[in-house]
Design a protein around this ligand. Structure first.
Ligand SMILES: Nc1ncnc2c1ncn2[C@@H]1O[C@H](COP(=O)(O)OP(=O)(O)O)[C@@H](O)[C@H]1O
Ligand SMILES: CC(=O)N[C@@H](CCC(=O)OP(=O)(O)O)C(=O)O
Length: 332
């Protein structure tokens, strides 16, 4: 008989088990909660990375998280416009969108990016449903400014439709195209879509996957990465031009979400393998975390780290359990 000899490296399985055990409190904390994940075009570096990000999202779904994906695709839109020789112009981080460019935005976001993400997710099973924000009035918008053409400012989100998809256990994958009250299409910055959707559906947190490690106090100085900040500090950064270009809509979107019931917003590097899992399921976390209140901030920055904030988030539950235990001990 020729039996298979054990060639597995010594200790490897213990390491894997440790990682799983470390993830347990985080899984318990996040299970059943809705998390909006904004996947920026700048983080969609190649097919392999995109597929890895999608399989991390499926893993989160399988452990009980309700992910809702909002995607951009700014780089792909610019590439397509260059190819069609349509002039590319941005004002305050928003693409000036002529009716001709609007048609191309729809083709790229819905016809390419959305389908690629849905396909990568559904490689693991029938998890994802791709929608354009214009489908069923998921995102309703009005013209942001005549200077910007078909760029939209969000006026309404169709929460019941998204709730239904989440309740039916699907992962909605939403392209940042909106429908106007006039029936025409609008191009909306995907960061703003993520913040509005997170607020409208009462998401627990919003995570922005981009191409930098997080928010820098000074973008030129790579040692100035900010790990935690409050809404107040984020507002200060926007108002005093500490951030520029793509970071402006991200911070504005985080502020909107946090001021409307979302507890945390994270800006992380989507080009770093498994950054989403590191943020959601480990004690160290990655990137920049924005907090809705000073209290939440203090707890996250506490030496006990995120375990303290977990207690804060579950305070009602913890207090009820403490009361119950006091009552039961006084009975005996
Ligand atoms: N203070 C800052 N910290 C980090 N990134 C910044 C800052 N200011 C500007 N940025 C820029 O924001 C970009 C991310 O936004 P963007 O290009 O729109 O990405 P996405 O496609 O993920 O939305 C970064 O690549 C960086 O160039
Ligand atoms: C109005 C506006 O600027 N819309 C964006 C929509 C896509 C987007 O936001 O993509 P990222 O997330 O990859 O930046 C655009 O046309 O580029």
């Amino acid at each position: 008989m020729k039996y298979a000899k054990d060639t597995r490296p010594e200790g490897a399985s213990t390491e894997a088990a440790k990682i799983l055990v470390e993830a347990l409190p985080w899984i318990k904390n996040i299970t059943g909660k809705t998390v909006v994940i904004k996947y920026g075009g700048s983080a969609m570096v190649d097919e392999k990375l995109r597929a890895d990000v999608m399989s991390d999202i499926v893993l989160l779904k399988i452990v009980g998280v309700n992910p809702v994906i909002v995607h951009g695709g700014g780089k792909a839109i610019t590439r397509a416009m260059d190819l069609m020789e349509i002039p590319v112009e941005f004002k305050d981080g928003q693409r000036v969108t002529t009716p001709e460019a609007m048609n191309l935005v729809r083709t790229v976001l819905m016809g390419e990016v959305n389908q690629e993400l849905v396909e990568a997710l559904n490689h693991h099973g029938n998890f994802a449903v791709g929608v354009s924000g214009a489908d069923g009035g998921v995102i309703v918008a009005e013209q942001a400014s005549p200077d910007l053409g078909r760029v939209g400012r969000i006026t309404r989100i169709n929460r019941p439709l998204l709730d239904d998809l989440v309740a039916s256990d699907y992962i909605p994958v939403i392209a940042s195209v909106a429908i106007g009250e006039d029936g025409g299409f609008y191009n909306v910055n995907a960061d703003m879509v993520a913040g509005h959707i997170a607020a409208a559906i009462g998401a627990h947190k919003a995570v922005f996957l981009t191409d930098v490690d997080g928010l820098y106090e000074n973008f030129e100085d790579k040692s100035s990465l900010i790990s935690n900040l409050t809404v107040f500090e984020a507002r200060y950064m926007v108002e005093n031009n500490v951030v520029s270009t793509g970071m402006i809509p991200k911070l504005k979107s985080c502020i909107h979400a946090l001021e409307n019931g979302v507890q945390r917003a994270h800006i992380i590097n989507g080009t770093t393998p498994h950054s989403l899992l590191l943020e959601m399921l480990t004690s160290t976390g990655v990137g920049t975390t924005m907090h809705s209140t000073e209290e939440a901030y203090r707890f996250d920055s506490h030496p006990l780290g995120k375990f303290a904030s977990k207690l804060l988030e579950n305070r009602e539950e913890v207090e009820a359990a403490q009361k119950a235990s006091i009552q039961s001990s006084s009975v005996h």
